[in-house]
Design a protein around this ligand. Structure first.
Ligand code: SF4
Length: 440
């Protein structure tokens, strides 16, 4: 998963394009914490590029006093290519036919190795081993004909390309990943989530870019095109379950309300008596609110999150994930001790994070722990941009419910059944991807 931003400065104003881009990409930090990068087409038409491993505010802390016409930025959580590699850090940039080309990508191109081989046999050379570069090669090969590029590479991406003094932003035909456009008199700003745009007072309108839509901004004008729309979309349901910020509205669903609804559905299945409802902060919070309100049981913050440490799911290896849990979550013994707890989380991927959290609660005197997960079991890896690469890593694929209960050391465990999840997005349920919940 990644966060992408593209900014086009429409006219001279009081804001520097650098500061606007930095603010927007910082708001997407939750989408990737391995590396960050920015490139700015300066007023003299040179391209400023800065990329590094680390969080956005660390990477960009020493860049100041720059302005220009167009900027694109990226915050990365690797799904293909080497992890935590400066070489694969985006935006990826090229100089071609007397103009700069740069690309920022959110998603994953599952067959990119085959496509890359095809290009290599035609003589193309690459500077990275990421799927993103393949896309740009086809963009150049098809002379910017987006109908052809989108057909050749049907999924899974939202992308922003800088080409000379033009910016192009688009989603694939199936709409796996979100993308938004904020419109104002001063700037056009593209962003992976609308919550990165609402912070700018000057933005007058926010548009959710539709699958297969291509927006091109050039000479201060927007051109919108639409190419071969898919019959059914495949919006990633995991964007709503975990990835996106709760104040975002993704695929037309307000994320906080979606999660709260999932918690309410989960509560309807409850057959245990609990004293308190404890969310796993922060992604379990909205579901825990829905769950607690439905059962009329008190919601207690038995675990306090240190917001200065990273999100455990988007740490690239298991050791840092385990360490992150201990550095990130602090139990309140007075709340937990001698209580029967409904512990609410959004999902379980590898199980290490949940196991550590449950250990913390046990160490602090929890009487019973009933783990409730506001999504179905993840049993298959995602090929479309979420890093869960092998079946062996997915705990729900390796263990049945009873084995999982024993492994995690909880008194009971329940997931939200997929039919209930579909009820939450009922009007669009056919347009979502649920593949990671299906064994194949
Ligand atoms: S497989 Fe799962 S994580 Fe991947 S796109 Fe589909 S719903 Fe999202």
């Amino acid at each position: 998963m990644c966060g992408i931003v593209g900014v086009y400065k429409r006219k001279e104003n009081n804001h520097s394009i650098l500061e606007i881009t930095k603010k927007a990409i910082l708001s997407l930090q939750h989408r990737g914490q391995e590396s960050a990068g920015i490139c700015i087409l300066l007023n003299n038409n040179d391209l400023f590029v800065h990329k590094a491993i680390g969080l956005t505010n660390q990477v960009f802390s020493n860049i100041n006093n720059l302005d220009g016409k167009i900027a694109i930025a990226h915050t990365r959580y690797s799904t293909s290519g080497s992890k935590a590699s400066i070489r694969n850090t985006q935006p990826i940039t090229f100089y071609y036919k007397n103009k700069w080309l740069a690309i920022a990508h959110n998603g994953n191109i599952p067959n990119f190795e085959k496509l890359r081989k095809e290009l290599e046999e035609e003589g193309a050379i690459f500077s990275t081993n990421s799927d993103t570069e393949v896309f740009l090669h086809f963009y150049v090969k098809y002379k910017g004909d987006m109908a052809k590029v989108l057909e050749k590479i049907p999924y899974a991406y939202s992308m922003i390309i800088l080409e000379g003094d033009k910016i192009i932003a688009f989603r694939d035909r199936f709409g796996y990943r979100p993308l938004f456009l904020g419109i104002s008199d001063e700037f056009f700003i593209f962003s992976s989530e609308d919550s990165a745009l609402t912070q700018f007072e000057f933005i007058k309108e926010i548009v959710e870019i539709k699958p297969s839509e291509v927006y091109t901004i050039w000479n201060n004008e927007i051109k919108r095109e639409e190419f071969s729309k898919a019959e059914k979309y495949r919006f990633c349901i995991f964007e709503l379950i975990y990835f996106s910020r709760p104040d975002s509205k993704i695929f037309n669903y307000q994320v906080y309300r979606f999660r709260k609804e999932c918690g309410k559905k989960l509560a309807l299945l409850e057959d245990r008596e609990v004293d308190i409802v404890v969310p796993v902060p922060d992604s379990g919070l909205a579901s825990a609110i829905g769950y607690s309100q439905t059962l009329n049981k008190p919601l207690e913050l038995g675990l306090i999150r240190n917001h200065y440490s990273g999100r455990s799911f988007i740490q690239p290896d298991n050791i840092s994930r385990r360490e992150t849990v201990r550095n990130k979550l602090f139990p309140i013994k007075e709340i937990i001790e001698n209580k029967k707890i409904a512990l609410i989380d959004d999902s379980i991927v590898r199980g290490n994070t949940s196991k550590e959290i449950i250990k913390l609660l046990r160490e602090n005197g929890a009487l019973e722990i009933h783990l409730r997960i506001a999504s179905p079991p993840i049993v298959s890896p995602c090929l479309y941009g979420i890093d869960m690469p092998t079946k062996e890593e997915l705990i729900a694929n390796r263990m049945n419910l009873e084995e999982l209960r024993n492994f995690l050391n909880v008194d009971s465990i329940r997931y939200l059944p997929i039919e209930y999840l579909k009820e939450v997005v009922s009007k669009d349920k056919e347009n979502f991807c649920y593949e990671c919940f299906l064994k194949h």
